[in-house]
Design a protein around this ligand. Structure first.
Ligand code: KE4
Length: 427
C-alpha cells in the first residue's frame, strides 16, 4: 500500500503536534506504522492522501453511526452555518435536542451540553460530590472516562484498591479519592462500600465496557451497582459516551433496564461535531450553576452547529427498525469472523454488543481488564496491518471497539470477512 504522502505528512506533523496527532490512539503507537492521513469520508468509506480507500470501522470512534457525510446532516449543517456558527446565547436548538434526548432516555430529566465526553464525566463527578457531600468515586479497571485528572487513575495491585495515577501530572490526592474494582465484579464493589462507609459519592461505569475492548456487563452486574449505590446513599453514573444511542436508541440503560442517577453522553448526540452532555435527576441537576452552586461553563457548549448535527442524526436514528437492521449487519460480521477464524485455525474471542465489536486475539473468555490483557497485542498488530493493506480501517488497538454503521453494506461486510480470514491466516 502506497503511503508516501502520509509518511511525509506524519514526519511534518510530528514537528508541530505531539506524536503528530491530536489524540494519542490515532498515532498508531499501539500497532506501529504510519497512520493514513485522511482527506474525505463518504458513507462507510474513507480516503487518504495517497489515494487509498478503506472500509471504516473507526467511524470517528463512534459518532458516525450514520456513516460519513450523511446527506441530510450535511444539508442541515450548510443552512445552519449560514445563520451563524455560535452566539454565546441561548438558542431553541438546545431545547430541541435536550427534549429528544430526554424523551429517549427517561432517567435524564434535565441535562447540560458540553463539548466532549471528558467534560461530561468531569462535570458529573463534581456534581455527584457536591450532591452527596462525599469525595470518593469508584471506577473500574480498564474503564476510560476521558482525561480529566481525577479519572486518569488505574487500579493498583490486588482486587480492590486505592487508585494510582495513570499519568504524570495527576496529583496523588486526586488518585486517593478514586477507588477501583474489576469490571463485572459486584462483590468487590460491595467490599469497597463496606470499607469506606459514607465516603463514596458515586460509582461511574461504562454500562458496556468499550475501552478494554468490548466487554458486556455480566447478567445482574448493573442491577447490583444500582442496588449498592442506593443502599449506601451514593449516586450511580452511567458513562454512555460510547453506548448512548449506539447499543439502543435509549442507550444501555434502556437496553438493560437499569436507570442511573446521572448519565454522561457524547459522540453520536453531536452527529460528528464536538459534543458532550451530562444529565439525570432534576433534583441533582438543579445544583448546577446558575440555578445551584456547582460551577460548570463552556464557550461553545450547545452551539447551534453541533445542535443541528445532533438533532438531524437522532431524528434519523428514531426510525422503525433502525437498530434491528444495524444489529443484523454486526451479527453477520461477527458470524463471518467466527467462521473465518475456525477455518484459519486461529483462537479468537469475539465480543459484540449490538454494533460494537472487538476481536480479541486470545482463546480465553474476556470478562474484565485482566482477561482482556491476556490477548496478544503483537498478534493484533499483525492482524491490524494485514487488514489495513486489504483496505479495512480497523481500530488501531486491541483495546478498542470496532463500530459498525448503518451504511456498512452487505458487500462491505463480506469484503471485511474475507480480509479478516486472510489476516488470520497470515498470523
Ligand atoms: P472525549 O473527551 O474523547 O469526547 O470522550 C471521552 C470518553 C468518555 N467516556 C468514554 C466511555 C469514552 O470511550 C471516551 C472516549 N473514547 C475514546 C475511544 N475509546 C475516544 C478516542 C480518542 O481518545 O481519541
Amino acid at each position: 500500500m502506497n503511503q508516501q504522502r502520509s509518511e511525509e505528512l506524519f514526519r511534518e506533523a510530528q514537528r508541530f503536534l505531539p506524536g503528530g496527532v491530536d489524540s494519542p490512539v490515532r498515532s498508531y503507537k499501539a500497532v506501529g506504522g504510519t497512520p493514513p492521513f485522511i482527506v474525505k469520508g463518504r458513507g462507510s468509506r474513507i480516503f487518504d492522501v495517497d489515494g487509498n480507500e478503506f472500509i471504516d470501522y473507526v467511524s470517528s470512534w463512534g459518532p458516525l453511526i450514520l456513516g460519513h457525510s450523511h446527506p441530510q446532516v450535511v444539508e442541515a449543517l450548510k443552512k445552519a452555518v449560514e445563520r451563524g456558527t455560535s452566539f454565546g446565547a441561548p438558542t431553541e436548538l438546545e431545547i430541541t435536542l435536550a427534549k429528544i434526548i430526554s424523551a429517549a432516555i427517561p432517567s435524564i430529566q434535565m441535562l447540560r451540553f458540553v463539548n466532549s465526553g471528558t467534560e461530561a464525566t468531569m462535570s458529573a463527578l463534581r456534581l455527584a460530590r457536591a450532591y452527596t457531600k462525599r469525595d470518593n468515586i469508584i471506577k473500574f479497571a480498564g474503564g476510560y472516562h476521558g482525561h480529566a485528572d481525577g479519572l486518569l487513575v488505574k487500579a493498583g495491585s490486588g482486587a480492590v484498591t486505592l487508585g494510582i495515577p495513570d499519568s504524570p501530572g495527576v496529583p496523588s490526592g486526586y488518585a486517593r479519592n478514586m477507588l477501583t474494582a474489576p469490571y463485572n465484579d459486584a462483590t468487590a464493589v460491595e467490599q469497597l462500600f463496606e470499607l469506606n462507609p459514607e465516603k463514596i459519592a458515586a460509582v461511574i461505569v461504562e454500562p458496556v465496557a468499550a475501552n478494554m475492548g468490548v466487554v458486556p456487563p455480566r447478567p445482574g452486574f448493573l442491577e447490583s451497582l444500582r442496588n449498592l449505590t442506593s443502599r449506601f446513599g451514593s449516586l450511580l453514573i452511567f458513562d454512555e459516551v460510547v453506548t448512548g444511542f449506539r447499543v439502543a436508541y435509549g442507550g444501555a440503560q434502556v437496553k438493560f433496564e437499569v436507570a442511573p442517577d446521572l448519565t454522561c453522553l457524547g459522540k453520536i448526540i453531536g452527529g460528528g461535531l464536538p459534543v458532550g452532555a451530562y444529565g439525570g435527576r432534576k433534583d441533582i441537576m438543579e445544583m448546577v450553576a446558575p440555578v445551584g452552586p456547582v460551577y460548570q461553563a463552556g464557550t461553545l457548549s450547545g452551539n447551534p452547529i453541533t445542535m443541528t448535527a445532533g438533532i438531524e442524526t437522532l431524528k434519523l436514528l428514531h426510525q422503525p427498525g433502525f437498530y434491528e437492521q444495524l444489529e443484523n449487519k454486526a451479527a453477520s460480521l461477527e458470524k463471518g469472523i467466527a467462521i473465518a477464524a475456525a477455518r484459519a485455525g486461529v483462537n479468537v474471542y469475539i465480543s459484540r454488543v449490538a454494533s460494537l465489536l472487538t476481536v480479541f486475539l486470545t482463546g480465553d473468555r474476556v470478562i474484565d481488564y485482566e482477561s482482556a490483557k491476556r490477548a496478544s497485542t503483537a498478534a493484533f498488530s499483525r492482524f491490524f496491518h494485514s487488514l489495513l493493506a486489504e483496505g479495512i480501517y480497523w481500530p488501531p488497538s486491541q483495546f478498542e471497539a470496532a463500530f459498525v454503521s448503518f451504511v456498512h453494506s452487505e458487500e462491505d461486510v463480506q469484503l471485511t470477512i474475507g480480509a479478516i480470514e486472510k489476516a488470520l491466516n497470515s498470523l
